[in-house]
Design a protein around this ligand. Structure first.
Ligand code: AMP
Length: 380
């Protein structure tokens, strides 16, 4: 009996455990919050990731460790990796935790990125804004997610406010300034690399964000084959360079038919949730297969899929459950503004069929605004 340990007990850990049950796996999650939603049916160790006693208990009960959360302290991942196999490896995790290290690696590998600069002081920010130009975005290097820890600088007059908002963090988590990309679309590659280096990717996904939080995903993205091939090539190169094992997402901006890399998420990813019902093998199952050194599953899609995130509170399930291609995921979390509490995946055999389902649901769920950009893309 193999027990997989997961650092972080949120919805990603929950969906990993659900997908691992048919493989005969057991799970143990570790989280700082006793009410972490994976803990509703997965045994849990509650403790701080820096607490060696809690980590030691976790390590003693598992065969292999992985993450549902990338901001686990690098030292904790390292400590754990000296006791049990940890995938992805702590170096890959470390690079993905730091926007500066991540963007520097992209550039080194020939993966295009928006112009960026490391910011340590107010004078440094002034210089970088002058060089990169406006609009631009000041971001924390570490611990930012879902658009948190970011300040948009629209004109030179905003620099004071940006520094006031984030300047104190220059000496703690660090800051990076990035050129603002007036992208036409946001895309992600969700891919998996096995212990033996085998690489597979699901079809490219198009994503829409609201207030920095993913709102909807459409797969396959409507892009030409050459662009999709380029994106997959970047992901493959990145995974090889980090000796990455497991599932990851590479988030990309597309502008004038060119791709620019935004970030690497070193874990199963929200833009890959559609793979549960929309692909031969889900991102969750393939992550487990990779981590355990099992053969990777086929990443082929079945038709067309749209994932809608439920943020803040769950809508009524019935309209989605009535659809033949409708699938409902309630993470069992209490409602809170800005919190991801669940998602639905709608699957159809054609783009027209998917557009029809989405239009119907948009009305029934009063979610027209969330659904509109996806339908517009499908109808283009
Ligand atoms: P991030 O946390 O870096 O993934 O940012 C969250 C969202 O903010 C992205 O998905 C984009 O919608 C937007 N964003 C972040 N960085 C940029 C940028 N350099 N240019 C334009 N939009 C951005």
């Amino acid at each position: 009996m193999t027990t997989v340990g997961i650092l972080g007990g949120g919805q990603l850990a929950r969906m990993l455990a659900l997908s691992g049950a048919p493989l005969g796996l057991r799970f143990l999650v570790m989280d700082t919050a006793p009410d972490a939603c994976a803990g509703q049916f997965v045994p849990m160790v509650v403790g701080d990731y820096r607490d060696e006693t809690a980590l030691a208990e976790f390590a003693s009960r598992i065969d292999v460790a992985t993450f549902d959360f990338e901001n686990v302290p690098a030292e904790s991942a390292q400590w754990l990796s000296e006791r049990v196999p940890v995938f992805p490896n702590p170096r890959a995790l470390g690079v993905a935790q730091d926007r500066l290290a991540e963007k520097s690696l992209f550039r080194e590998l020939g993966i295009p990125v928006p112009d960026f600069a490391d910011i340590a002081t107010r004078a440094g920010l002034d210089g970088a804004v002058a060089k990169i130009g406006v609009p631009c975005i000041l971001k924390t290097r570490r611990l930012g997610y879902d658009g948190k820890g970011q300040f948009r600088i629209k004109s030179a007059a905003d620099v004071d406010a940006a520094w006031q908002s984030l300047g104190a963090q220059a000496q703690t988590v660090g800051l990076i300034l990035e050129a603002f990309v007036p992208f036409e679309r946001e895309l992600s590659v969700v891919a998996v690399r096995g212990r033996d280096g085998e690489f597979r990717a699901w079809p490219l996904t198009e994503n829409w964000h609201v207030d920095g939080v993913l709102s909807a995903s459409l797969a396959p993205a409507k892009v030409d084959a050459a662009l999709a091939q380029t994106a997959l090539g970047y992901a493959n190169k990145l995974a090889d360079s980090l000796d990455y094992v497991g599932v990851f997402a590479l988030e990309l901006f597309c502008r004038d038919g060119q791709l620019l890399a935004n970030e690497l998420a070193p874990r199963v990813h929200n833009s890959g949730h559609w793979t549960i019902e929309g692909a031969e093998t889900s991102q969750f199952e393939n992550h487990l297969r990779a981590v355990l050194g099992l053969p990777l599953g086929d990443t082929r899609m079945i038709g067309h899929a749209c994932m809608l995130n439920w943020v803040g509170e769950m809508p009524d399930a019935a309209p989605v459950l009535r659809e033949s291609g409708g699938h409902w995921h309630d993470y069992g979390k209490s409602p809170r503004a800005g919190r991801k509490v669940g998602h639905a995946t709608l699957r159809a055999d054609s783009t027209d069929g998917l557009a029809n389902v989405l239009q119907r649901l948009g009305k029934e769920l009063a979610r027209e605004a969330q659904i509109a950009p996806v339908v517009a893309q499908l109808e283009e």
